[in-house]
Design a protein around this ligand. Structure first.
Ligand code: PLP
Length: 415
């Protein structure tokens, strides 16, 4: 088979970031050079002409997640939104509760924010996950502290909607009911959810929801925190002092080109999400089926078989040398099960939470299939992975370094 039209390497790392949609770029360009004013400087036309485009962008973002426009706080991305939500609640509520509930598989920006608060005297519980990477509603219920105040009282539950490594979805709507009954605030990191699957903040039941433009075909450097302002229990202290922009929740000059772009990315998602989910799902199913039919080495599919993101595939190859795997898959841009925080690769904390040993976690690859991938690219990826793993499997003598090994973490047809 020839793939003359394919450009190599093929980008399959859409959980790390997405390319910007050309329609988004077109929408934002005039706001750099022609309509460059300061949104807050309404004394003249340069600021005044920005009021409507910003209002429209805010409205299209709000519409995508079904909230009111004034409940959207612009930030620089999901890292900042997560910091603002967790530290902002900790600041505002520390007189009553000083306990936070989160999970081992959260993004580092949530885990490290929680660690920072632990050093400041807060108590944090990091919940375990099941074999598919899901936290159970029962575990949340059991771990909630219902005391009167201090570390005996949970003030915040922070859990992600969709995991960025394995695609598993937490049962957030059920957990929200438990939080509601206990009078505990719920923050949801939905950086991998908004724009990728339908998200309705009312059905989700969260008080705070973080998301970011560059994971949904918008630009890097802008995100949002949804704050359920209609709920009198919601308390949040700002973490950025300054001119009082964004209703005082987040000071700083509004980056209007990015705001307009974020609005356009959300408008496109609202319009095309239903169709896109089906297209990505078909590509994921083809990839998994192709690998299941043709791989000759052992492998494990990580993540939940059904409760998952449509574009995510995460595979471990327990018998293959991680270093060789990394350098050999040169035609496809995927991410590995490691974080290169120092000179030595560190095994993914998410895969370790699933019970994978370090060497298996390191020999893993993550696909994030996105809007601009094609079925032809999927076919190429199957052939490339089969060829590489066959070669490496032989080179390492076909020895299993971890046995017994599952061929799949769930029913094959469900992936
Ligand atoms: C990407 C990501 C973040 C960080 O978002 P930025 O906008 O890059 O700061 C946080 N949480 C999850 C789950 C992510 O995937």
């Amino acid at each position: 088979m020839t793939h003359s039209s394919l450009k190599l390497p093929i980008y399959f790392d859409n959980h790390a970031t997405t390319p910007m949609d050309p329609r988004v770029l077109e929408a934002m360009l005039p706001y750099f050079t022609e309509k460059f004013g300061n949104y807050a400087s309404v004394g003249h036309v340069f600021g005044r002409e920005l009021q409507k485009p910003v209002a429209e962008a805010r409205a299209s973002i709000a519409k995508l997640i079904r909230c009111r426009p004034e409940e959207i706080i612009f930030t620089s991305g999901a890292t900042e939104s997560n910091n603002l939500a967790i530290k902002g609640v900790a600041d505002a509520c520390c007189a009553s509760g000083r306990h936070i509930l989160t999970c081992r598989t959260e993004h580092k920006c949530v885990l490290n924010t929680c660690k920072h608060l632990e050093e400041a005297g807060f108590a944090v519980t990091y919940l375990d996950v099941d074999q598919h990477g899901r936290v159970t509603t029962e575990a949340v219920k059991t771990a909630l502290r219902r005391g009167k105040d201090g570390v005996d009282r949970t003030m915040l539950v922070s859990l992600m909607l969709a995991n960025n490594e394995i695609g598993t979805l937490h049962p957030i709507a059920d957990i929200a009911k438990v939080c509601q009954e206990a009078g505990v605030l719920l923050h949801v990191d939905a950086a991998q959810g908004v724009g990728k699957i339908p998200v309705n903040v009312n059905e989700l039941g969260a008080h705070f929801v973080s998301f970011t433009a560059h994971k949904m075909y918008g630009p890097k450097g802008i995100g949002a925190l949804y704050v359920r302002k209609s709920d009198p229990c919601v308390k949040l202290n700002c973490q950025m002092q300054g001119g009082g922009q964004e209703g005082g929740y987040r000071s700083g000059t509004l980056p209007v080109p990015l705001v307009v772009a974020f609005g356009k990315a959300c408008a496109i998602a609202a319009e095309e999400l239903g169709e896109e989910v089906l297209r990505l799902k078909a590509m994921r199913e083809r990839l998994v089926k192709g690998l299941q039919e043709r791989l000759e080495v052992e492998f494990i599919l990580n993540g939940h078989p059904q409760e998952r993101l449509p574009g995510n595939v995460n595979i471990s190859f327990p018998t293959i040398d991680p270093e060789l795997l990394g350098v050999s898959l040169k035609d496809i841009a995927v991410s590995s099960g490691s974080a290169c925080s120092s000179s030595r690769p560190v095994a993914s904390h998410v895969l370790k939470a699933l019970g994978r040993p370090d060497d298996v976690a390191l020999a893993s690859i993550r696909f994030g299939i996105g809007r601009f991938n094609t079925m032809e690219e999927i076919e190429y990826a199957i052939e490339h992975i089969v060829a590489v793993t066959n070669r490496l499997g032989k080179r390492t003598g076909g020895q299993s370094i971890h046995s017994p090994v599952l061929r799949s973490a769930g029913p094959a047809s469900e992936f």
